[in-house]
Design a protein around this ligand. Structure first.
Ligand code: HEC
Ligand code: HEC
Ligand code: HEC
Ligand code: HEC
Ligand code: HEC
Length: 456
């Protein structure tokens, strides 16, 4: 009897456990399904739908985040609110003398403003620019280029780049948009920018990989960086060549410089962005090399992508949603950093502040040294220094300026690769002071000559 009873007890217990287990598994499955099919396809998306609001009907959570990029934010060195860079750092007016950047240069804002800000800046209102500018500031360019090129993306790209920017704007309706980073049918990540296709192909060829196509050959983790590297990179986009990214020798500051130094425009002249109004040097202007700088840092080496910090995952019930409110990670340390680092938010902020403050101090020294050099060249030019005398000085100004600007134009205030940024700034200071020594020798010579003449 006792045996039968205990037998029944075991059967009942087993049934209960099994039942509970089944219910648990069913619940997990249900939750997973919920995670997967949490959106309802209200719209059948395709390549011709570029308006983020329409995509938002299918993906309201991602669209809500995206819309927040209109908000004003600020951090010690970043955020989307801020006054003109030329006011916060008047040295830049001297450094960019003779160039559009000495007239209007502002801190970046959120993606929602990318088209508007390009239309507003005095750099486009008071200066002629080419259609190349459009590539990183408007949404839906894949379709626009394909249409302009009768189905050929690259041909259309060349065509639009060669237009005056004011004419190219007529094609643009949206700022950075969903369709720039997503395939409308699968929602998988993709890149769409021709200049990026060209540049990454050349870069990979150096590593021995032929005909590299990121959309078919990159891992998801790589794509989580490449979607940003379509635009957050150094580029050339003037009237003398079609927009390109200078990655032929590699991504480091001196590799890019080396490529520019070896690059001749169609008229045979060596590459330069502008002729410095005060010194006469033909110099370079760096633009937001975030991808290049990140590539030299520990996070890149550890496989941490731009999206890991700037678009971290959020949990909503069982669903894992990517935060489409692209912004400074310092506004969101909990999800952006503490997923990997086991510090408090305060400690994390302090670590970043130390890196950024140190970088700022070095940057200040580099810009000060550069301004001293520029002013001294102005002085020696008043004595009538010759082109032959000034050529070596111009070379040093070009090197110093390129390096200081590379770190200044990079938008993380050194965070993306602290040691690399420090190395670059140390070189900038050194080149500027070397230039100053050369100018001082000339100045000494001229003032001695002047004294001799006075003494006659
Ligand atoms: C390990 C985290 C991390 C990674 C990875 C990372 N960033 Fe950043 N990024 C930061 C931090 C921290 C800042 C500084 C923000 C500040 O000062 O408010 C920053 C700043 C920026 C800024 C300026 C933001 C602002 O509000 O002014 C841009 C743009 C940017 N990063 C782009 C990128 C791109 C593009 C990549 C990939 C190539 C990348 N970041 C990779 C952490 C990261
Ligand atoms: C390779 C992509 C790319 C191209 C080409 C490009 N931009 Fe930008 N632009 C960006 C990115 C990324 C930012 C945000 C980061 C920053 O401001 O440093 C930006 C920021 C800006 C801003 C706001 C901040 C500021 O500098 O005042 C303006 C205005 C602007 N660009 C105008 C232009 C004009 C004009 C051209 C053509 C001469 C151009 N852009 C070409 C990527 C690009
Ligand atoms: C600058 C590039 C970029 C833009 C613009 C962009 N996304 Fe994304 N999106 C991403 C990245 C990165 C992920 C993460 C993908 C991954 O890790 O597989 C993502 C993921 C998603 C996913 C998958 C689910 C999730 O949340 O992880 C959906 C759906 C999505 N985005 C919708 C949108 C919509 C809708 C828009 C426009 C309102 C948009 N995205 C704009 C980069 C972008
Ligand atoms: C199609 C070009 C393009 C792509 C792709 C792109 N950006 Fe941007 N991004 C811009 C431009 C242009 C601006 C500046 C807009 C302005 O100032 O009006 C900007 C601004 C920003 C800012 C400053 C926002 C703020 O609030 O300070 C951050 C951070 C940023 N981008 C990060 C990223 C990250 C991370 C990715 C990839 C997930 C990415 N961007 C993809 C063009 C792009
Ligand atoms: C996906 C994981 C991941 C995320 C997200 C991440 N980190 Fe890191 N972080 C790492 C790894 C891995 C290292 C390298 C550790 C090592 O090799 O010692 C690192 C290193 C660092 C270092 C040391 C840097 C140096 O040059 O030695 C700092 C500071 C740091 N992270 C800050 C941050 C901040 C701030 C954020 C958020 C904006 C962040 N990290 C987001 C994984 C991450």
């Amino acid at each position: 009897m006792q045996r039968i009873l205990s037998y029944i007890a075991i059967v009942v217990a087993t049934a209960l456990v099994t039942g509970a287990l089944v219910a648990f598994l069913l619940n997990i499955r249900e939750r997973k399904e919920e995670g997967r099919s949490r959106h309802i396809d209200i719209v059948q998306l395709n390549e011709s739908i570029t308006d983020p609001a329409v995509w938002g009907e299918n993906y309201p959570r991602e669209y809500d985040g995206y819309k927040k990029t209109v908000l004003k934010t600020s951090t010690r060195y970043g955020g989307s609110e801020g006054i003109s860079k030329l006011e916060t750092d008047p040295r830049l007016k001297t450094i960019f003398a003779g160039y559009a950047f000495s007239v209007d240069y502002n801190p970046r804002r959120g993606h929602a403003y990318s088209l508007e800000d390009q239309k507003e800046t005095l750099r486009t209102r008071n200066f002629k620019q080419t259609g190349s500018c459009l590539q990183c500031h408007a949404g839906g360019l894949k379709g626009i280029y394909e249409k302009a090129g009768n189905g050929d993306l690259m041909a259309g790209f060349e065509k639009v780049c060669a237009m005056p920017l004011k004419d190219a704007w007529q094609f643009a309706q949206h700022p950075v948009a969903c369709i720039d980073c997503h395939d409308p049918r699968t929602m998988g990540l993709r890149v769409t920018r021709p200049a990026f296709f060209n540049a990454i192909k050349v870069l990979k060829e150096k590593e021995g990989i032929k005909d590299y196509d990121p959309n078919t050959m990159a891992s998801t983790q790589e794509m989580r960086t490449y979607v940003c590297a379509q635009c957050h990179v150094e580029y050339y986009c003037g009237p003398k060549a079609t927009l390109f990214y200078p990655w032929n020798n590699g991504l480091k500051v001196e590799e890019i410089e080396g490529y520019y130094d070896s690059y001749n425009f169609k008229d045979g002249h060596r590459f330069y962005d502008f002729k410095h109004e005060v010194t006469g040097a033909e110099v370079l202007k760096a633009q937001h090399p975030e991808f290049e700088m990140w590539s030299q840092g520990v996070h890149s080496k550890a496989g941490v992508a731009c999206a890991d910090c700037h678009m971290p995952y959020m949990r909503e019930g069982a669903a894992k949603v990517t935060d489409h409110y692209v912004r400074s990670p310092l506004l969101n340390i909990g999800r952006a950093c503490l997923q990997c680092h086991h510090f408090t938010e305060k400690e994390m902020l302090e670590r970043v502040a130390v890196i950024q403050d140190n970088n700022k101090k070095l940057l200040d020294r580099a810009e000060d040294a550069l301004v001293v050099l520029i002013n001294k060249v102005a002085e020696v030019k008043r004595f009538g220094a010759s082109e032959a005398e000034l050529t070596p000085v111009w070379g040093l100004q070009r090197k110093a300026q390129w390096r200081a600007d590379f770190v200044n134009a990079e938008n993380s205030m050194g965070f993306h690769a602290p040691q690399e940024a420090a190395r670059i700034l140390a070189e900038a200071i050194d080149y500027a002071r070397q230039g100053e020594v050369l100018v001082q020798i000339l100045l000494d010579k001229y003032s001695v000559n002047q004294e001799l003449q006075v003494g006659k």
